[in-house]
Design a protein around this ligand. Structure first.
Ligand SMILES: C[S@@+](CC[C@H](N)C(=O)[O-])C[C@H]1O[C@@H](n2cnc3c(N)ncnc32)[C@H](O)[C@@H]1O
Length: 279
């Protein structure tokens, strides 16, 4: 998963860069790349030799800032930049963070939502505690997790659902895109069940041949759907984000936790309400 968007060798590359900088400042040696402000570990850091690329240097700006500012992942900047552009957090008092580990989006939510807001975070993986965040370990495609999310929300509808989920990357582009879209549909189904009217949904998508379909699926539920790519998302990454505002349940659709299991959501999305279509 991480390999699709982040350099697995980032910390090692960073350590090597720090060592090089120390050597360079001691005037023992420097390279053309270092003088240009770029370094490359030659791939030994697990980055396929790309850590000196412009894109990876760009990445490292946010990686370094995340370290300095205490965010668990550089992804925090993606949510903050989406918020700066679309103002998605301002009115939220209850939020669900799907696929939340290691937790930088939850940190942003805990930081930006007013004290006393209800925040539920879900991931397949364990997550270290974050004050003000209710953490749940589970698979967002499973019915049991959907039920637990709803219970943790106290049975109340929520203002905001965010999903930065990414499946384990297979390296096969079509397969990865398919798995990502399945995760998005699961997140959209859960959102359709827990969102209050007018609510907001922000989710990662992989740009690919099915992106128009995903966009249209979101438009079934939201008055306003935008695809955005925040500055902190690398240009070389296929990820973008759906920002969906103005949730409402479409005529003929009954939100159901069963939809993940039965595929009712995809069936509805694919065919719409046939009675309405014939009107
Ligand atoms: C890019 S990371 C999320 C980063 C997070 N937004 C942050 O800011 O720290 C993607 C996450 O999706 C999670 N994930 C993938 N499939 C999932 C599923 N079916 N259910 C729950 N979590 C899932 C992975 O475990 C991983 O932690």
């Amino acid at each position: 998963m991480v390999a699709a968007q982040d350099c697995l060798g980032a910390s090692r590359c960073w350590q090597r860069r720090a060592a090089r900088r120390a050597r360079a400042t001691s005037k023992l040696w420097s390279t053309r790349d270092e003088r240009a402000g770029r370094t490359n570990c030659g791939g030994n850091g697990g980055c396929n030799g790309r850590c000196g690329d412009e894109a990876m240097v760009h990445k490292d700006v946010f990686y370094r800032r995340a370290k300095e500012e205490g965010w668990r992942a550089r992804s925090a900047f993606k949510l903050m930049q989406l918020d700066a552009e679309f103002n998605v957090l301002a009115h939220a008092r209850t939020a669900v963070d799907l696929c939340a580990a290691p937790g930088s989006w939850s940190q942003v939510l805990a930081d930006r939502l007013p004290a006393g807001s209800r925040i539920v975070a879900v991931d397949l993986q364990e997550m270290a505690p974050i004050p003000g965040v209710d953490i749940l370990k589970g698979d967002i495609t499973s019915l049991a997790t959907a039920e637990q999310v709803i219970t943790r929300c106290g049975g109340d509808k929520v203002d905001l659902v965010v999903c930065d989920g990414a499946p384990d990357v297979t390296g096969l582009h079509d397969m990865d895109e398919y798995l990502q879209s399945q995760l998005l549909v699961a997140a959209l189904n859960l959102a359709a069940f827990v969102l209050a009217p007018g609510g907001t949904f922000v989710a990662k998508i992989f740009r690919g041949k099915d992106v128009d379909l995903l966009y249209m699926q979101a438009e079934v539920f939201f008055a306003n759907v935008t695809v955005a790519k925040p500055q902190s998302s690398r240009d070389s990454s296929v990820e973008s984000f759906l920002v969906c505002r103005g949730f409402s349940v479409p005529p003929g659709y009954t939100p159901s936790m069963e939809a993940n299991r039965t595929g009712a959501l995809s069936t509805f999305l694919a065919w719409g309400d046939l009675e309405l279509c014939s009107m």
